[in-house]
Design a binder for this molecule. Structure first.
Ligand code: AMP
Length: 451
């Protein structure tokens, strides 16, 4: 696959990242990228729309296919309707469509071993193998790696039966933090000061409420403070740190209402600049990558460190093996770097010294959720206002589908409305002004994002 301008770009990229001379890339099949590429992006939420939108701006992209994608992603590339957690389906499409690189958005394909299967099939992938993704898929594994790596995190114990878990709770002063060990779509965590509620959560986990994810229960030390998310792109050893962002988990203003996947986000976070990111990368992310590498587990892909800013300094609450949703939707519109170049440098093992650059804009993402979210989202309502556009906002689609010529709701978090401005106030004004132009029956959103 060549393009007429491929030669010039090839030399630019080679000069920038020394791709022609890589030693590290040699043990990763197909890992040389001095040329434009066909990308298969796995996932179909707001995060993936933002990733696809950003990849589509790259001079290195020839073709973008998203699976399953969403109506927003059809505006920036093609979509293919297959299950992205099915390794053989991913390999079939990647082979048939001459895909040069697979970029994985959500965690489910990684947990299902899609990156492992692609590696075996010599198809380059940005996303960790399942053994590395255990950082997200097993809280016990993550805690063990963090301890061995000397990364600051709260104490924890893991239980495989209720009685010792109850005994541990009885010995612990509250608040209590109880988590299903495995992937539970963000719903397996309870933080409470009520001992009965804590015991009931242990029962819930062991009685199968979260499926096999609850076969082990982790009880953690309660950490107090503000939370912040830091993201990075990893090449196995090196990490390209991204700007921090903050998200809002509760459904309603003033952090009331049930927990959700996230109702909004903003970046930058005042007071948390480049030095904070560099410290997080050096003391929290890189030690984890080295510890995994010592175990023979390469970590190539996005990483997400959820931090609690405690009075004793930042501590890691969790690692995820993907970017955050809704943080990504705010981050990527303010990224000046070419995301695809950053990803390719990681896949080639040459991210040492590579940094991401940012515009001087702030971004605020306001999520519009469906009626009934998060318990029982109503689907099928027509969405109006999508054809409008302006310069200081971007709309990313998530829970949407098409019906004839209409776009309708098809999930809990329907749209991410990202406002851009010279500071957070201006970005927030832009986001809410745009949000007012979009409508569907029963839309829910917070009015206090980034206030
Ligand atoms: P997790 O999925 O492990 O990040 O937990 C979800 C949310 O629960 C976090 O974003 C925190 O708000 C809260 N949380 C998790 N672990 C702790 C902890 N050890 N102490 C206090 N809050 C926690």
């Amino acid at each position: 696959m060549e393009t007429s301008s491929g030669d010039t770009k090839t030399s630019d990229i080679r000069a920038a990242y020394k791709l022609a001379d890589l030693a590290v890339g040699q043990d990763r099949p197909g890992g040389r990228y001095p040329r434009p590429v066909n990308v298969l992006l796995l996932g179909g939420g707001g995060r993936e729309h933002a990733i696809g939108w950003k990849l589509a701006q790259s001079h290195l992209l020839t073709r973008l296919i998203s699976a399953p994608g969403n109506p927003g992603l059809t505006q920036v590339g093609e979509t293919a309707g297959f299950d992205p957690t099915d390794p053989s389906a991913v390999i079939d499409v990647a082979s048939a469509e001459s895909v040069d690189l697979v970029v994985v958005g959500p965690e489910a394909p990684l947990a299902a071993g899609v990156a492992d299967a692609l590696g075996e099939a010599a198809i380059p992938v940005f996303g960790p193998v399942a053994a590395a993704a255990r950082l997200e898929t097993s809280k016990t594994f993550a805690k063990d790696v963090m301890r061995r790596a000397g990364v600051p995190t709260g104490g924890s114990e893991t239980f495989d039966a209720p009685a010792p878990a109850y005994a541990h709770l009885a010995d612990t002063p509250g608040p209590y933090v109880i988590k299903a060990d495995g992937l539970a779509a963000g719903k397996g965590v309870l933080v409470t000061s009520d001992l009965d509620e804590a015991r009931a959560w242990v029962d819930d986990c062991f009685s199968g409420r979260f499926g096999p994810a609850g076969n082990l229960v982790v009880i953690e030390e309660f950490l107090d403070g503000d939370e912040i998310s830091v993201f990075g792109l990893c090449d196995g050893t090196n990490v390209i740190g991204l700007r921090p962002a903050r998200d809002y988990k509760r459904l309603a203003d003033d952090d009331r209402g049930p927990n959700t996947g996230g109702m909004g986000s903003f970046t930058p976070v005042p007071g948390f600049g480049d030095d904070f990111v560099a410290d997080t990368v050096e003391h929290m992310i890189k030690p984890v990558l080295s510890t995994l590498a010592e175990d023979g587990i390469p970590y190539v892909g996005f990483i997400y460190a959820g931090l609690m800013l405690t009075s004793q300094g930042p501590k890691v609450l969790e690692f995820n093996c993907r970017l955050g949703d809704p943080e990504t939707q705010a981050l990527l519109p303010t990224m000046e770097s070419d995301l695809l170049e950053l990803i390719l440098s990681c896949v080639d093992g040459s991210a040492s010294g590579v940094t991401a650059t940012w515009s001087d804009q702030s971004a605020v993402n306001v999520v519009l959720a469906a009626k009934g979210y998060p318990e029982a989202s109503v689907r099928g309502d027509a969405i109006s206002g999508l054809d409008h556009s302006d310069e200081d906002s971007v709309v990313f689609q998530a829970g949407t589908t098409t019906e004839g010529s209409r776009t309708i709701t098809a999930g809990g978090r329907v749209l991410s409305i990202v406002g851009l401005g010279s500071d957070l106030d201006a970005a927030r004004d832009a986001a809410y002004a745009r949000a007012a132009t979009l409508d569907f029956a029963g839309k829910q959103y917070r009015t206090d994002i980034a206030t």
